[in-house]
Design a protein around this ligand. Structure first.
Ligand code: DON
Length: 307
């Protein structure tokens, strides 16, 4: 007998399919021209059973959804205390691309906003690592979370670099405040390559399930993050993952989550499942409209709220 879960997922997508509100991200050419009708979902269990519906094998760039995973990698590399010394864990209440630094400490408020994500990115690898080497560390690391070899989409990266005035400004601000001594343009190029890695909704479901399983990838069985680092990542996602909508999201949906401007959203139910959705049209926070609404529906109907 067919499990009722795929039918439920088909029905859930159908209920949200006709919503055409929001708009594709416009500042990255490949995202602006992406098919806005694409719609996919994947729920992955901790033992790697994937329930999917819609365009779950369609590839899109990971964008800001890379941030929690790269944060986890850097926490493993440097230790939690050393990273907190450089990037805080407090919600900023600001948009993801604010030129934002904590006034007292002079460090980025958290690793989910771009300022913090760029500092985290710049910590990755041995001192003196080249740009190409760091991009390879990012690609290989994200592949561990997905359980398959991922690749950078150079066209997405080149398109974003052509419009990266805001991120270049943030990277220069970080350097001018002495947060790092890296070349700002290189930090942005590496961060953009990180954002341009291609995943499917199915990959994202497995990546979410890895965080739900205390850092163990359900496909490979590998411990990608230690339980303590995994907890740190989820704590930061819960409070900062949805930027200036984090409070609304946690009270209403109640699932630690992260969005990206390509239209992906993933949520983590610790000890239970990873959930991923994809739909390119975004709201004013840079979060997929249909993705967020599907999460609202799932939270209500499957009682996902962690409270
Ligand atoms: O920093 C940027 O502009 C992008 N490459 C990633 C931003 C993003 O996905 C924000 N999340 N919703």
């Amino acid at each position: 007998m067919r499990s009722p879960i795929p039918d439920f997922l088909d029905e859930t997508l159908d209920r949200h399919r006709s919503d055409r509100s929001g708009a594709n991200a416009d500042y990255i050419p490949d995202l602006a021209s992406a098919d806005p009708e694409k719609l996919g979902i994947c729920i992955s269990t901790l033992d790697g059973i994937e329930y999917t519906s819609g365009d779950s094998d369609f590839e899109f760039s990971i964008q800001s959804m890379s941030k929690p995973f790269i944060y986890g990698m850097v926490l493993e590399q440097e230790g939690i205390a050393a990273v907190i010394d450089q990037v805080g864990v407090e919600p900023s209440g600001e948009a993801f691309n604010e030129l934002s630094l904590d006034k007292k400490s002079g460090k980025p408020l958290n690793p989910m906003i771009n300022a913090g994500a760029m500092v985290v990115h710049a910590l990755l690898g041995e001192p003196g690592v080249s740009l190409a080497e760091r991009i390879e560390i990012v690609r290989a690391g994200l592949s561990e979370f997905a359980g398959r070899e991922l690749r950078v989409d150079d066209s997405v990266a080149e398109g974003e670099w052509g419009e990266a005035y805001r991120n270049v400004a943030i990277a220069n601000m970080l350097r001018s405040y002495g947060v790092y001594t890296d070349q700002p343009d290189e930090v942005v190029q590496g961060y953009i390559a990180q954002c341009s890695i291609l995943i499917t909704t199915r990959d994202l479901g497995i990546m979410a399930a890895t965080l739900a399983a205390g850092g163990v990838n359900p496909l490979s069985g590998r411990q990608v993050l230690s339980p303590r680092v995994n907890r740190q990542v989820l704590g930061v996602m819960m409070t900062c993952g949805m930027y200036d909508a984090a409070g609304d999201w946690m009270t209403e949906v109640g699932v630690p989550a992260k969005s990206g401007v390509s239209g992906g959203v993933f949520g983590v139910m610790p000890g239970q499942v990873g959930i991923a959705t994809f739909s390119p049209r975004l709201d004013k926070h840079g979060t997929s409209v249909r993705g967020a609404n599907i999460f609202r529906t799932l939270s209500r109907e499957l009682s996902l709220h962690i409270m």
